[in-house]
Design a protein around this ligand. Structure first.
Ligand SMILES: [Zn+2]
Length: 217
């Protein structure tokens, strides 16, 4: 089993951030991060999955690619030093600090469909990351829609791969106050779903708020 884990703290001062906000439990967020800006995502209370998509602001057909990122770095997990690659292999963002140690990009985003397959028909009405992404896409102002929702990152989510290659959703390895920080290598649009999932341990069965900070270069 691969257990890449590279802890690194940030020197950035929250008092000097250009943006500092809280995304409530289960809610979406969409924002524009310019090249050179640094985005920090803070897991305020711990064990909160933060489903995230990135698109190139200059051409939204170019977007975060899990397969290119994994192939180029030769590792299944994201942590300090990981460079997030686009669908044409370009550098989109670099993880410059990480106090959690490991983030998933295999488990995908929860949806009404996956909820009913995994947890039963009675969960169909439940709020999902796919709904959040659709809302954030509509609000982006960049013409993003359903077909643009491709493989995402799940910050703070623990999806270990077994020796047999199986994916398992495990209790989180994150804790209150842990954060991950990314420097944009191009202008990007960031879509976040602060995961509302209640049926598996990715949010410890209790979705909680996150804090987002952005610093100018
Ligand atoms: Zn979710």
């Amino acid at each position: 089993m691969t257990t890449a884990q590279t802890l690194k703290e940030s020197q950035l001062d929250p008092d000097r951030a250009a943006l500092d906000l809280v995304v409530a439990a289960g809610e979406p967020w969409v924002g524009y991060i310019s090249e050179g800006q640094v985005l920090r995502i803070v897991d305020l209370e711990g064990n909160q999955a933060v489903d995230t998509l990135f698109f190139s602001a200059s051409d939204v057909r170019e977007r975060y690619s899990a397969s290119d990122t994994i192939r180029i770095q030769g590792n299944l997990y994201l942590t300090t030093g990981s460079m997030l690659r686009s669908s044409v292999g370009e550098a989109m963002l670099t993880i410059v600090a990480d106090t959690c140690g490991r983030h998933d990009t295999l488990g995908g985003a929860c949806s009404a469909e996956s909820n009913t397959v995994r947890y039963g028909e009675h969960t169909r009405h439940m709020h999902s990351c796919r709904d959040n992404f659709l809302l954030a896409a509509a609000k982006s102002g960049f013409g993003l829609e359903k077909r643009d929702l491709t493989s995402n990152i799940n910050f703070f989510m623990n999806v270990p791969v077994t020796e047999q290659g199986k994916l398992t959703f495990e209790d989180g390895i994150s804790a209150g106050g842990k954060y991950v920080e990314l420097r944009a290598e191009m202008d990007v649009i960031c879509l976040i779903s602060n995961c509302p999932q209640l049926n598996n341990p990715c949010n410890a069965y209790n979705p909680t708020p996150i804090r987002l900070l952005v610093w100018d270069p």
